[in-house]
Design a protein around this ligand. Structure first.
Ligand code: SF4
Length: 358
């Protein structure tokens, strides 16, 4: 039998590993670090599942074990988990530049950003009481702790030969290693980028009045030394959002697909409802892609708001999806969309069950 013939049981990873967001929470708490990022709530992840397939939406979003609120999957796909680790490392790496920071809804903003906040918050004494600084080595500390959590122990080895011993689920070490590689490549490629941008907020959560939510990886003001300022694309002080993505390879979607991507359009949609009052006008969303190939590549795409004309269509589709969800709930019928069983990430996680007619 070749290695290609060896197929792992469907729930192999589920049984042995805890998901990335859970591992990050455990590690961050142990280190006294802020827990940053994670599910945005009713954002693009929620709607994209509904737009993919009603049955999938019902099982994954409405019936999953954490059914009390719209939450992420208990066991997300490998690319999603690698991306989650990567985002956590990036968040702590750039949060250092915030200086005195305030925590809100698993996001941080610089205490110096006070626009849109009440007079209470504008009082320096009140702010000082609640601020803290992120250690410059925080990302490295998190990485070390995650590796420790993922490390095999004597207990695991004993459990592997004796079924009566409970094996402790732990994070998937290979996902952490992949995230570390992407993190190293990105920070190496952009050199001292941490010093060229003034971060204003990290993993900032925003909610549109319609209920749509999003999370901005980094909101920052460009400084004199930033390469986009030196290339005269933007001026010092211009406010941009950085979105950091990992991709298996530099596919067409990874290079050019962002102007029609729900997460990006959702961030532009939410900007006028909170973020703009806090941070000012948005000059661009900068998408930084790093690939997970043997020789990783980096690509940067700069999207200015006028280059995202698909926004009205996106908003319309979100509102239409809300109506569909209401109808599914009312009728109890969540249609299976067989044209969506394979997408760019491969086979849907429910494919085997659906193929059995369940
Ligand atoms: S396998 Fe197809 S029909 Fe079944 S949940 Fe997934 S996308 Fe829907």
């Amino acid at each position: 039998m070749s290695t290609a013939d060896f197929v792992l049981p469907f729930d192999y990873d589920t049984a042995l590993h805890i998901p990335a967001d859970e591992a990050i929470t455990i590690a961050s708490k142990a280190l006294g670090l802020p827990i940053l990022g994670g599910p945005s709530g009713r954002g693009w992840s929620w709607y994209s599942t509904a737009q993919r397939c009603g049955h999938l939406f019902n099982i994954e979003r409405l019936k999953n074990p954490q059914n009390t609120a719209p939450v992420e999957l208990r066991h997300p796909s490998a690319p999603l988990q690698i991306g989650t680790y990567y985002h956590a490392l990036q968040a702590l790496y750039y949060a250092v530049g915030l200086g005195d920071a305030l925590l809100h809804n698993r996001g941080l903003r610089a205490a110096s950003v006070r626009r849109g906040f009440s007079a209470w918050w504008a009082n320096p004494i009140n702010i000082k009481a609640r601020t803290f600084r992120v250690d410059p080595m925080a990302a490295d500390h998190l990485l070390d702790r995650l590796k420790l959590l993922a490390d095999q122990t004597a207990n695991d080895l004993a459990a592997s030969v004796d079924d009566s011993i409970n094996r402790q689920p732990r994070p998937n070490a290979s996902y952490i290693a992949e995230a570390e590689r992407a993190f190293d490549v990105h920070t190496g490629y952009y050199g001292d980028g941490r010093e060229e941008v003034q971060p204003l907020a990290i993993e900032w959560h925003a909610t549109h009045p319609d209920g749509y939510t999003c999370r901005y990886d980094t909101v920052g003001a460009l400084l004199e030394g930033d390469r986009l300022v030196q290339q005269s694309v933007f001026k010092p002080g211009d406010v941009v959002v950085y979105e950091r993505k990992t991709s298996a390879w530099m596919s067409q979607a990874a290079q050019f697909g962002w102007s029609l991507e729900g997460e990006i359009l959702g961030e532009l949609w939410c900007w006028d409802h909170g973020p703009r009052q806090l941070f000012g006008d948005l000059k661009a969303i900068i998408v930084d892609v790093v690939t997970k190939e043997k020789k990783p590549k980096c690509e940067r795409l700069i999207l200015q708001p006028h280059e995202l004309p698909a926004l009205p269509d996106f908003v319309r589709s979100i509102r239409y999806t809300d109506e569909e969800i209401t109808q599914w709930r009312r009728t109890g019928y969540y249609p299976k969309k067989l044209a969506a069983c394979y997408d760019r990430w491969g086979k849907c996680g429910l494919w085997d069950a659906c193929a059995r007619g369940e």
